[in-house]
Design a protein around this ligand. Structure first.
Ligand code: AMP
Length: 568
């Protein structure tokens, strides 16, 4: 739990990136990105990976797992490397993740001159061939396309020092097991193998036993309760797309009207950006991060205590040991990287019998991490709907009403009696009251809500068959996905079926390989003799159709269109 002193206690300080043995080029890259300290998975994974050990890690998106394997891998690349064949291969389930992971490698490894290449289905193969030909250090690939290149002889694995299987459970669910086996057969026996998976079903365990040697095991989602009890505060979360997060934060704060709130971000960069955005939206927000001097930080804290600032936007490091009496709300702008961090953050409110509120803004893909936090803390996080413009209007009227009530109770209204009496000669008393309320409303809550736009609600991604019992799928939400045809989805007709040897995994593989869609977005799959039907979200149906038209399934071109039920 947080201490009440302003200064952090050095004996309990977690290790910094520097303590993990990372080289200066990487430390500089992390500092430039505004990462202040390693996340728990990074703390545990980086030292053994630097030492060359195999590793089996259970970690979901949002824990910082990408940097946990990318940093050691970059560090282990020899400075004087000869040859153009890759030293590392990272296998990921989707195109989206391939791009994301290779961007992370670029960001961390640019001072080391690392050459990183994502390869996935859907991208013209010619460009990939040229890039592979001119030499790469790290390849981040979806299994199908990697195998394609291996078969063509354009991806040679003879020099691999490390293979990473990222989101391995997802890859197995998508039917990539055989492809992965085939790829690993081409990799040298003497290599480092790293496997990350959000869940640890028996199949993953089997895969680890077959391909990892005496791995270090890391379990970030520990089942036992965290030390110290989580405080009793109202805890809720909103699922919102990244692009809408600042607007959602503003909306939620408007409705909650906190006395004082602290908003936690992952990096300095994000703190600065969000502070600016929130100031632009009319909040009195102050930034607090590790890059500021003690004097600057004291000034910020002074403003918060004096009530001249109402929002503190901070990193974990900067807020460590912070105790603010007035704090009523803690907001996680991102899902924290570990349950411990969540508990620590929300421990800043709800003290000494005061009421506290903890709010988390989660991207849909981070919902599993929320579930983990619920399990570890033994406390419930309610998924709420982002307030609508109508909710906001209602709330503003309530605030005006409360202010008027207070004024009526204070009984110092005499100086205004003459105005009401004069006006009542001319107008009805009710009319006079209404005009006064309108003025009070506009004066206390400047800014009109007419410019407010609705923030799109997002739901947890629908579960596919056989995966309904996975953690995270049963978060309490009023938009729980159903197994039946879900609203907002449509069926795509593909003119190849059982006779052409089509299996569900072929369709999932083709769709995820050719588009930016993840396996878990795909709904039910029906395979008939001569055709197949795949349920996909309406919003991406055109992309799916275009992707499938441009590719082959089981080596054949297929008719692909929106289903019109005419074959039934
Ligand atoms: P991942 O779990 O790998 O998808 O990472 C989640 C997010 O956390 C990414 O946006 C990373 O850029 C960010 N991140 C990873 N490690 C850190 C860190 N030590 N400090 C701040 N942000 C981080």
């Amino acid at each position: 739990m947080s201490s009440t002193s302003e200064l952090p206690d050095p004996s309990t300080e977690p290790p910094a990136f520097m303590d993990l043995g990372l080289r200066p080029e990487l430390l500089a890259a992390l500092a430039a990105l505004g990462y202040e300290e390693p996340t728990p998975i990074q703390r545990e994974a980086i030292p053994p990976l630097l030492a060359g050990r195999d590793l089996l890690g259970q970690a979901a998106t949002g824990t910082g797992k990408t940097a946990a394997f990318a940093l050691p891998l970059l560090q282990r690349m020899p400075d004087d490397r000869a040859g153009d064949d890759p030293l590392a291969l990272v296998l990921v389930p989707t195109r989206e993740l391939a791009v994301q992971v290779s961007e992370a490698f670029h960001r961390y490894g640019k001072d080391l001159g690392a050459r990183v290449l994502p390869i996935y289905g859907g991208q013209p193969i010619g460009r990939q061939l040229r890039a592979l030909d001119s030499g790469v250090d790290v390849v981040v690939a979806t299994p199908g396309r990697a195998l394609d290149h291996i078969a063509r002889g354009t991806l040679r694995l003879g020099n691999l020092a490390t293979v990473v299987l990222d989101e391995a459970d997802e890859m197995l669910d998508m039917g990539f097991a055989e492809d992965i086996e085939a790829i690993l057969e081409h990799a040298p026996e003497q290599r480092q193998t790293v496997l990350f998976s959000a869940t640890m079903p028996a199949r993953i365990d089997g895969m680890a036993r077959a391909h990892l040697t005496e791995p270090v095991r890391i379990l970030i989602a520990r089942e036992q309760p965290v030390a110290g009890e989580a405080p009793r505060v109202r805890q809720s979360a909103y699922l919102v797309a990244r692009a809408h997060k600042p607007a959602a934060l503003g909306r939620v704060l408007d409705v909650e009207s906190p006395t004082a709130a602290i908003v936690f971000c992952r990096s300095r960069e994000e703190v600065d950006r969000l502070t600016e955005t929130m100031n632009g939206r009319g909040y009195r927000a102050e930034a607090l991060h590790g890059g500021m001097s003690q004097e600057q930080r004291d000034r910020v804290m002074g403003r918060l205590r004096a009530g001249t600032a109402d929002l503190l936007v901070a990193t974990d490091v900067a807020a460590r040991g912070l105790d603010v009496e007035q704090l009523s709300h803690v907001v996680n702008f991102d899902v924290p990287s570990a349950p411990e961090s969540y508990v620590h953050r929300i421990g800043r409110v709800g003290r000494a019998g005061r009421e506290g509120v903890a709010i988390t803004l989660a991207e849909p893909r981070e919902h599993r991490m929320l579930k983990t936090i619920e399990r570890v803390t033994g406390q419930r996080i309610t998924i709420d709907k982002i307030p609508t413009v109508a909710d906001l209007r209602t709330r503003r009227l309530e605030l005006t009403q409360a202010a008027l009530r207070e004024s009526l109770l204070e009984d110092d209204l005499d100086p205004f009696r003459v105005i009401v009496e004069t006006l009542s000669d001319e107008f009805d008393l009710m009319e006079v009251a209404l005009a006064a309320v309108k003025l009070a409303h506009e004066a206390t809550l400047p800014g009109s809500d007419e410019a407010e736009e609705e923030i799109p609600q997002v739901a947890i991604r629908p579960a596919r068959s056989g995966r309904d019992s996975r953690p995270g799928q049963d978060l309490r939400t009023d938009r729980r996905p159903s197994r039946a045809r879900t609203s907002g989805t449509t069926q795509v007709f593909i003119g190849l079926g059982r006779r052409a040897g089509v299996r569900p995994q072929d369709l999932v593989g083709a769709i995820t390989g050719e588009t930016g869609i993840r396996g878990r977005d795909i709904g039910s799959i029906e395979i008939a003799d001569r055709f197949s039907l795949v349920e996909v979200p309406v919003a991406v149906a055109d992309e799916v159709i275009a992707g499938l038209r441009g590719s082959t399934i089981k080596g054949r071109k297929a008719t692909v269109r929106r289903d019109r039920d005419e074959h039934r």
